[in-house]
Write a protein that binds this ligand. Structure first.
Ligand SMILES: C[S@@+](CC[C@H](N)C(=O)[O-])C[C@H]1O[C@@H](n2cnc3c(N)ncnc32)[C@H](O)[C@@H]1O
Length: 417
């Protein structure tokens, strides 16, 4: 591919007009000679930038960039490569092949069997060179004119793992320089045990979860990001409420469990919340839920700025985090006013496991949220429900006197930043 730095990232709403223009240039340059002038005209007719938005919203489209300029894009759905387009100025430089590999990985998510596509006549050789075979012919009706396409299939494994693969730009960038999430190894190693325990964990179901879920707006039909989704218990609940859900977690093992739980009903990404998440489009979520995860992240300003970028205006973040008061006491620190990396030893999940975690004062929670442009709508210091007393009387008595978690809802302004 030469020395250019090429990145693949998810398409964003703000890409729509570039997609539209590149698409027209590519069709114009590549289809002539294979279709009549009238047919090419029909292929170009009736397209608008807005026409790309639904597929962008569904996370089906991705773009390749060189130094911030779009050089190609692709579109894949489950089991099907819908489109690959390369800017004519970048033809023959490996862009199409890289986009196709990415499309194949997306199309293979949760899909068994061959990947299919409908090729324009000009692109048949390109797809054959990447392992597709012709399986038939079809005609597609475009504005009343029947245009010939070739039906093709590719069998065998996709180019990399099926799901949860790191976004392509991470593979090509300075990954090694990035700090590893502090709790990643701990969560990776206890994923199975955590996943088995969390669903019915009394502290979750009779204490933290009711308070947290009570802060959520109606999520039916809403696009919700579960940030630090773990084994997917919250995602499963969100899906039952009719939400469209995307889950992000640093731990691949957790995401495997989440995938077992929710199947293809949610889109999952391996990602560190402390890093940018360019695979999530700007202004594309109504709600972000993050349950029990922010304690493992040092830089809340980076996280809340990224949350603000991906939230629609007027969208909200609902989160739970260890209460600064109890964390202060548990960590036996004598410096309340600093953010410190401590650790807890978890004993209830098989062999004891040390889990690193940040403790911070209340001001270090509020400041970054406000600086990222959010307003704080609701802060709850929950107490356990009565059921908790029946199953864990000692912990119940303690939580009635000493706080364990904070549950908070913050909102991005409806207009402006
Ligand atoms: C206590 S679990 C909560 C899981 C889930 N939200 C729940 O309520 O069951 C914390 C989760 O945060 C994830 N995590 C820790 N650090 C992270 C980071 N920097 N970026 C993304 N996820 C992270 C862990 O892998 C783990 O799944």
């Amino acid at each position: 591919m030469g020395a250019e730095k090429l990145l693949i990232r998810a398409a964003r709403v703000s890409d729509a007009s570039d997609l539209h223009e590149l698409h027209a240039r590519a069709v114009d340059a590549s289809c002539r000679g294979h279709y009549s002038d009238d047919q090419v005209q029909v292929l170009l007719t009736g397209r608008t930038a807005e026409g790309y938005l639904p597929a962008i919203e569904r996370d089906e489209m991705f773009v390749m960039e060189s130094d911030g300029c779009m050089v190609g894009f692709g579109h894949a759905t489950q089991g099907e490569v819908e489109a690959i387009f390369v800017d004519p100025a970048w033809a023959g430089r490996g862009v199409g092949g890289a986009l196709l590999e990415h499309a194949l990985r997306l199309a293979a998510r949760g899909h068994e069997g061959p990947i299919q596509l409908k090729s324009t006549l000009n692109a048949v050789g390109f797809y054959e060179a990447h392992g597709f075979v012709e399986v038939g012919a079809t005609e597609l009706d475009k504005h009343g004119m029947a245009l010939p396409f070739v039906l093709m299939e590719r069998r065998g494994e996709p180019p990399a793992e099926r799901r949860g693969e790191p976004p392509a730009e991470r593979q090509e960038s300075d990954d090694e320089d990035r700090p590893r999430p502090v709790a990643l190894d701990a969560y990776d190693s206890m994923a199975e045990a955590y996943g088995a325990a969390i669903e019915d964990n009394p502290r979750s179901i009779y204490y933290e979860r009711p308070a947290l879920l009570g802060l959520l707006p109606d999520v039916s039909g809403r696009r919700v990001l579960d940030a630090g989704c773990g084994p997917g218990v919250m995602m499963e609940w969100l899906l039952t409420q009719g939400a469209r859900v995307v889950g992000v977690d640093a731990s691949e093992n957790m995401l495997k469990l989440a995938e077992q739980r929710v199947g293809d009903a949610a889109v999952l990404h391996v990602a560190d919340l402390e890093q940018p998440m360019p695979f999530l489009a700007d202004s594309s979520f109504d709600v972000i839920l993050t349950s029990g995860t922010l304690g493992y992240v040092r830089d809340w300003l980076a996280v809340f700025r990224e949350f603000s970028r991906v939230l629609k205006p007027g969208g909200c973040v609902v989160f739970s985090v260890g209460h600064p008061c109890s964390e202060y006491t548990l960590n036996e620190t004598d410096d309340y006013f600093s953010t410190e990396l401590g650790e807890y030893t978890w004993r209830g999940l098989g062999a004891p496991i040390v889990v690193p975690c940040y403790r911070r004062p209340l001001s270090h929670m509020i400041d970054p949220i406000v600086r990222a442009g959010f307003s704080i709508e609701s802060v709850i210091e929950p107490v356990p429900t009565e059921e908790f007393a029946e199953v864990e009387p000692e912990e119940y008595a303690q939580l009635m006197r000493r706080p364990g978690v904070l549950c908070v809802r913050v909102r991005k302004p409806a207009s402006g930043t």
